[in-house]
Design a protein around this ligand. Structure first.
Ligand SMILES: Nc1ncnc2c1ncn2[C@@H]1O[C@H](COP(=O)(O)OP(=O)(O)OP(=O)(O)O)[C@@H](O)[C@H]1O
Ligand SMILES: [Mg+2]
Length: 337
């Protein structure tokens, strides 16, 4: 498959850390895979292996029909990469950065200039185009880096947390750009912390933690596994958390999750708005004051809690050690097929 990404059994250790612990990935040509996971899960390591920047200890991978270990140079010619940390030349202007990339890829000076101009418009950088990149804000650098990855529209793109640090308008602009690219046949592997982003963009989602795939499926499949909506309550006082969790436990459909520091309680529910009214009534009857209450769809955190039984916040914790994560993975794979 000329535009596909395929990886099998990728392993990478850094000292004692198993950054990748046997990862399999498949991204059919012309589709988008969202690679999700908490900090330290191994997302960037996977991207670096697939983009030939890092040799795995074991496993194999093909990108655009080429083995990444045997043909790294050819792979590099077929891919675009926007890394987690923007790689722009600070001393060049935005326009010069993009023209330089175009010329590196052997566009004519005229084409490189035209392409740079179009991308600067598209990423809302036209006004700042002729300032040096060192005067750019973090979000502007991020956008310039993404624009640079798109100069030659390679058949396979990797974007590592492309929208982290972007404001909502620019995030939407990037989503639009990505959707256009994919319509044109680009294959994309995208890492993100946001299920919402994967929801908009990805055909398939792969959740990794501690270097292992703990779930895969479409966004809807993952959410279906995670249950439907959640009621989220912020109590006014910390000493009311226990009483509130009793109320939520009685009305909800599963375990109540408590975030002590924010006084926020969350429980999966079915019954939507009517149930919300019941929760408010019961909290009120027990004299529990609340600062906020709402109904929301599952987030990546909920997916994590449901898959592993733990929140996904500990970088070095053992939330997914043992059989739980594996069992959950198998279960999702079954529903996904
Ligand atoms: N060059 C390195 N040397 C040592 N350890 C590393 C190196 N690169 C990554 N690691 C470790 O490997 C693990 C996976 O890191 P990785 O950067 O792939 O995570 P990530 O999923 O991209 O996280 P984030 O969401 O924070 O970007 C982490 O424990 C990290 O500390
Ligand atoms: Mg990363």
């Amino acid at each position: 498959m000329p535009g596909a990404i395929h990886a099998e059994g990728l392993v990478k250790h850094f000292g004692d850390v198993r950054a990748l612990d046997g990862v399999d990935l498949d991204v059919p040509e012309g589709s988008v895979l969202g690679l999700l996971g908490p900090n330290g899960a191994g997302k960037t390591t996977a991207v670096r292996v697939l983009t030939t920047l890092l040799r795995p200890d074991a496993g194999r991978a093909e990108v655009a029909g080429l083995d990444v270990l045997q043909h790294p140079n050819e792979v590099r010619r077929s891919i675009g990469l926007s890394g987690q940390f923007a790689a722009v030349d600070e001393y060049l202007t935005g326009r010069e950065n993009l023209q330089m990339v175009g010329q590196l890829y052997q566009l004519s000076a005229r084409d490189a200039k035209a392409r740079a101009g179009a991308l600067l418009e598209r990423f809302n950088l036209a006004d700042a185009a002729d300032r040096t990149a060192k005067t750019y804000s973090g979000g502007m650098r991020r956008r310039l880096d993404l624009a640079a990855a798109l100069v030659v529209e390679p058949p396979v793109m990797f974007m590592d947390e492309p929208t982290t640090g972007l404001d909502p308008r620019n995030r939407q602009a990037l989503w639009d750009v990505i959707q256009e690219l994919v319509k044109g046949g680009t294959t994309l592997l995208l890492t993100t912390q946001y299920l919402e982003e994967a929801d908009h963009l990805a055909h398939d989602i792969c959740v990794i933690d501690h270097g292992r795939v703990i779930a895969r499926g479409t966004s809807d499949e993952l959410k279906a596994r995670t249950g439907g909506e959640r009621v989220e309550v912020v109590v006014h006082q910390r000493d009311e958390i226990f009483a509130a969790s009793e109320v939520l436990g009685a009305l909800g459909q599963g375990e109540v999750t408590v975030a002590d520091h924010t006084r926020k309680l969350t429980v999966p529910v079915s019954g939507g708005a009517r149930l919300l009214a019941d929760v408010i009534r019961d909290l009120d009857e027990r004299g529990i004051a609340i600062d906020d209450i709402g109904l929301r769809r599952p987030t990546l955190d909920d997916v994590f809690i449901s898959l592993t039984g733990h929140a996904a916040e500990t970088e070095n914790g053992n939330a997914t050690e043992g059989g739980d994560g594996k069992a959950a993975d198998d279960a999702v794979k079954e529903t996904a097929q």
